[in-house]
Design a protein around this ligand. Structure first.
Ligand SMILES: Cc1cc2nc3c(=O)[nH]c(=O)nc-3n(C[C@H](O)[C@H](O)[C@H](O)COP(=O)(O)O)c2cc1C
Length: 640
C-alpha cells in the first residue's frame, strides 16, 4: 500500500466472515462499498429513463421521490457487479486533479492555473425571454394601453400574439401572490392561471417587504454626481492632514505585490507611531451601535451563490448572521442597479451586513457614508480576502494586506462615517508561506474594526490546501480583545468544535453551507442529519419559490431563478448522504467517488454533470428554453 493510503473494511451488506478490505486513495471520501460504482455505470444509470427501468420489473428501493423517479435496488446491485473498490474514481479524478485536489501533488502548473476559481470563458447567452418577445410593461398590468415609446418600443404590444408564444404555466399557485398579496407580473406570470382564483394571500397578514432597494431619485442623483458626502470629506480631510498620509506612500502595482510591499516579513509593521484614534479621527457625537458576534453562526458572503433566496434557506436551517454578496464600492457610488441589488435584505435576516470591496479611502469612505444614510444594515464588512485578479491588480481585496497605509485610511475613514460596526475579512496573507494576518490584527483593532474574520488560507493557496486553524489560533491571541472569527473547511459539528477550541469568538461557514445548508441545524443540535433526497428536493423547491418571489415569476424571473439554482447545484452535488459514508463526518476536501444513492433522486443529486443539474431544475421550473447551455461560474467541484 502506498504511503498515506488507508485500509477500510468494505461493508458486505450483512454477510458473515471477514469483511474484505479495499484501498482508499488519499483525498477520496470513504463511501460504503455497496454504493460505489464506475463513471460509466453511473451515467448509464441516470440516462436510463425512469419508466424503462421500472418496466424491467425490478423492485424499487428508497421509496418514490414525489417526482415519479425511484430506483430499483436490483439495478444498482447489477451495476455494482462491475466495480472494483479503488479504481472507480479514476475518470472523475482525472478531471478533478486538474482542478486541484487537496493534499495531492500537482503535476502541471498550467492545469493548476486553469483550475483556479472561475470558469472565465462562459458562454454569454441572450436571456430566454429577451425584449422582442416580452410584453410591453404598459400592458402587463392592464393599467394603461398607452405606451409612451410608440413605434420605438422594443416590446410586444399584441397581447394575443404574446399569449400564443408564452410557455405554459408552471403551477396552480402563484408564489408572488402568496407572499405579496398581488402579483405585479400580471398575465406574464408563469402562474397567471392562479391569479384568476383571486389575488388574496391565503397566509393571512403579509410579511414586511424586502429592504434596501435603490430609490430612483437617489439613483438619478448618483448618476449626475449630485450627492454630497460631507462626513466623508471631513473624515478624509482629517486623515490627509494626519501624519498617516505621506508616512506610507504606497504606489500600487498589482503585479509587483510581494512580501516587500507594505508589510515585510520579519520586520515590524509600519504604523503611524504613537498616534491615537483621537489624534486622527474626532470622536463622533453619536454612540456607535454595537453588535455581539460571540458564538453566532455566520453564513459567509458568497458571490453569486449567497443570494437572498439562498440566505433565506440558511436562515431557516439556523444561520444567525448573514451577509450580502461582495459589492464593488465604485459601482454603488454610480448607482448601478445590479450592484445595489446585492444589498437587499429579507425580513428574516435579523443580523445582516453588507460587504464592500474597494482600493481607495475616498471611494470606500463615501460609499460607507452613502449606505449609512440609505440602507438598513447591522454591520458593514470590508472584503480584504478577495483573491481575484480583477480586484487584486487594482489594489483591492487581498492586496490591501500589503498596502497598510491605504488599508488604515480605509478602515478609519469608513469607521468614522458609519453608525454600525465595521468588520473586516482577511486571509492569512498573500503568499503561501508569508503569514501577515497576525501582524495586521492588532492594527485593525486599533483602527476601529469591531470584528475580523480570518480565512485560514493565503491568496496563493486558494482552496488547494486545508485551512490553517493552528495559525488562526495564533491570530486569536494577536487580535485580543477584539473578537476574531475563523473561516475555512467547516462541514460538520466536529469541524466546528475543533474550530472553537482555537479560542475564536465564532466561525464563518462558506462552502459547507452551499453543500448542505442544513449544516446550521447540525451545528446547533450536534448531530449528523441523514437528510433524504425528497427533503433535499423540498429545500430546492423552497429556493425556487423564494427565487420567483425575488427575481420575478415571469419567464425572465424563472430563468434567472434557474441560473442561480444551477450555480448552487454545482456545489450541492458534492454532498455525500450520511447513510452512505463508511466514516463520519464527510470532509470538505475529499472527493466523492462515483456512487449510486439509495434512490434515483439521490443518485441524480450526486451527479457532477451540468446536464443532470438541468434535469433537477426542470423538475422544479419546467423545461429549459431551446438551446439552453449552462456552465457554472465557480468551479465548485474543484476539491479545494
Ligand atoms: C462561490 C463562492 C463565492 C464567494 N464569494 C465571496 C465573497 O463575495 N466575499 C468574500 O469575502 N468571500 C467569498 N468567498 C469566500 C468565502 O466567503 C470563504 O471565505 C471561503 O469559501 C472559505 O470558507 P469555506 O472553507 O467555509 O468555504 C466565496 C467563496 C465561494 C466558494
Amino acid at each position: 500500500m502506498a504511503e498515506g493510503e488507508a485500509e477500510v473494511p468494505a461493508e458486505t451488506g450483512g454477510g458473515g466472515g471477514e469483511p474484505p478490505t479495499r484501498t482508499l486513495e488519499p483525498g477520496v471520501a470513504p463511501i460504503k462499498a455497496q454504493y460505489l460504482t464506475t463513471k460509466e455505470q453511473f451515467h448509464e444509470f441516470l440516462e436510463a429513463p425512469a419508466g424503462q427501468v421500472k418496466a424491467d420489473g425490478e423492485t424499487e428501493s428508497g421509496g418514490a421521490t414525489g417526482n415519479g423517479v425511484a430506483e430499483p435496488e436490483a439495478k444498482r446491485a447489477r451495476l455494482e457487479d462491475g466495480q472494483s473498490g479503488g479504481g472507480q474514481t479514476e475518470d472523475r479524478k482525472e478531471v478533478e486533479e486538474e482542478e486541484g485536489a487537496a493534499g495531492e501533488p500537482r503535476e502541471h502548473k498550467k492545469a493548476q492555473k486553469r483550475a483556479r476559481g472561475q470558469h472565465k470563458n462562459r458562454p454569454h447567452l441572450k436571456p430566454a425571454d429577451h425584449d422582442s418577445n416580452r410584453l410591453c410593461p404598459s400592458l402587463v398590468q392592464g393599467l394603461s394601453a398607452m405606451c409612451l415609446f410608440g413605434d420605438r418600443c422594443r416590446y410586444l404590444h399584441d397581447v394575443a400574439a404574446y399569449l400564443e408564444q408564452k410557455p405554459p404555466d408552471l403551477g396552480s399557485r402563484c408564489p408572488v401572490i402568496e407572499t405579496l398579496g398581488r402579483c405585479p407580473y400580471g398575465i406574464t406570470c408563469r402562474f397567471a392561471g392562479a391569479h384568476l382564483a383571486g389575488g388574496a394571500s391565503p397566509w393571512g397578514p403579509l410579511p414586511p417587504p424586502v429592504r434596501n432597494g435603490l430609490d430612483k431619485a437617489l439613483q438619478r442623483q448618483l448618476r449626475k454626481h449630485q450627492v454630497r458626502f460631507q462626513r466623508s470629506e471631513e473624515a478624509l480631510r482629517r486623515l490627509s492632514q494626519s501624519p498617516l498620509s505621506g508616512v506610507l506612500p504606497e504606489p500600487f502595482d498589482g503585479d509587483t505585490v510581494g512580501p516587500d510591499a507594505g508589510v515585510a516579513p520579519g520586520s515590524p509593521l509600519q504604523t503611524c507611531g504613537p498616534l491615537t484614534d483621537e489624534d486622527v479621527v474626532k470622536l463622533r457625537a453619536c454612540e456607535k451601535k454595537r453588535l455581539d458576534f460571540h458564538g453566532k453562526l455566520y453564513l459567509a458572503p458568497l458571490t453569486t451563490c449567497g443570494n437572498l433566496p439562498f440566505r433565506r434557506i440558511c436562515k431557516r436551517f439556523g444561520a444567525d448572521v448573514t451577509c450580502g454578496e461582495m459589492a464593488v464600492c465604485t459601482n454603488l457610488l454610480q448607482g448601478q442597479t445590479s450592484e445595489w441589488a446585492l444589498l437587499k435584505r429579507h425580513p428574516c435576516e435579523d443580523i445582516f451586513g453588507v460587504q464592500l470591496e474597494g482600493a481607495f479611502p475616498d471611494t470606500m469612505t463615501k460609499c460607507a457614508e452613502l449606505l449609512n444614510r440609505t440602507i438598513d444594515v447591522d454591520f458593514v464588512d470590508i472584503n480584504v480576502g478577495c483573491p481575484i485578479d480583477l480586484v487584486y491588480k487594482k489594489g483591492g481585496g487581498c492586496a490591501l494586506m500589503n498596502r497598510t497605509a491605504k488599508f488604515q485610511q480605509i478602515v478609519r475613514g469608513m469607521n468614522e462615517v458609519l453608525d454600525v460596526p465595521l468588520t473586516v475579512k482577511i486571509r492569512t496573507g498573500v503568499q503561501e508561506r508569508v503569514n501577515l494576518a497576525h501582524r495586521l490584527l492588532p492594527e485593525l483593532r486599533d483602527w476601529g474594526a469591531a470584528m475580523v474574520t480570518v480565512h485560514g488560507r493565503s491568496r496563493e493557496q486558494r482552496y488547494t490546501k486545508c485551512a490553517d486553524w493552528e495559525y488562526i489560533r495564533e491570530c486569536v491571541q494577536a487580535a485580543s480583545p477584539m473578537p476574531l472569527f475563523g473561516n475555512g473547511d467547516i462541514l460538520s459539528y466536529e469541524d466546528a468544535e475543533r474550530a472553537m477550541q482555537t479560542g475564536v469568538a465564532g466561525f464563518m461557514v462558506g462552502r459547507g453551507a452551499l453543500l448542505k445548508p442544513w449544516l446550521f441545524t447540525e451545528l446547533r443540535e450536534r448531530r449528523h442529519w441523514d437528510i433524504s433526497s425528497s427533503e433535499r428536493l423540498d429545500m430546492l423547491r423552497d429556493f425556487t419559490r423564494f427565487g420567483l418571489e425575488h427575481w420575478g415569476s415571469d419567464t425572465r424571473g424563472v430563468e434567472v431563478t434557474r441560473r442561480f439554482l444551477l450555480e448552487w447545484l454545482s456545489f450541492l452535488c458534492r454532498y455525500i448522504p450520511v447513510g452512505l459514508l463508511d466514516r463520519l463526518p464527510q470532509k470538505i476536501n475529499e472527493r466523492p467517488p462515483y456512487y449510486l444513492g439509495r434512490d434515483h433522486l439521490e443518485t441524480l443529486m450526486a451527479s457532477p454533470r451540468a446536464d443532470d443539474w438541468v434535469r433537477i431544475s426542470e423538475m422544479l421550473l419546467g423545461p429549459v428554453p431551446p438551446n439552453f447551455v449552462f456552465l457554472p461560474k465557480h468551479k465548485a467541484n474543484a476539491y479545494k
